[in-house]
Design a protein around this ligand. Structure first.
Ligand SMILES: [Zn+2]
Ligand SMILES: [Zn+2]
Length: 93
């Protein structure tokens, strides 16, 4: 009978998974709490570049809401604040 050569330390695995799980859940929970400024549903993970702006969007909603994408940094600015964050040439197109 062949034994698996790398018997994991289950206590350690469990602890690691707990830690990872907690981090993942925290991120998911944060995302879930954010209501999309366009469709009103929860799970909006894209926030406006302006930190005090409460706007957040789903990716497809951001486009519909007229947000400006900054492709080089994977961020966006809402319609209202887009002028505060001019796009770099590499962001356009
Ligand atoms: Zn949405
Ligand atoms: Zn904004």
């Amino acid at each position: 009978m062949l034994l698996h050569p790398m018997t994991p330390n289950w206590a350690q695995v469990y602890q690691t998974e707990q830690g990872t799980l907690r981090k993942v859940l925290a991120a998911v929970r944060r995302g879930r709490q954010m209501h999309c400024s366009h469709c009103g549903k929860r799970g909006a993970t894209l926030g406006c570049l302006l930190e005090r702006c409460p706007c957040s969007f789903h990716l497809p909603c951001a486009g519909k809401a007229g947000c400006t994408f900054h492709c080089s940094s994977y961020t966006l600015a809402c319609k209202e604040h887009a002028r505060l964050f001019p796009q770099k040439p590499e962001d356009v197109g």
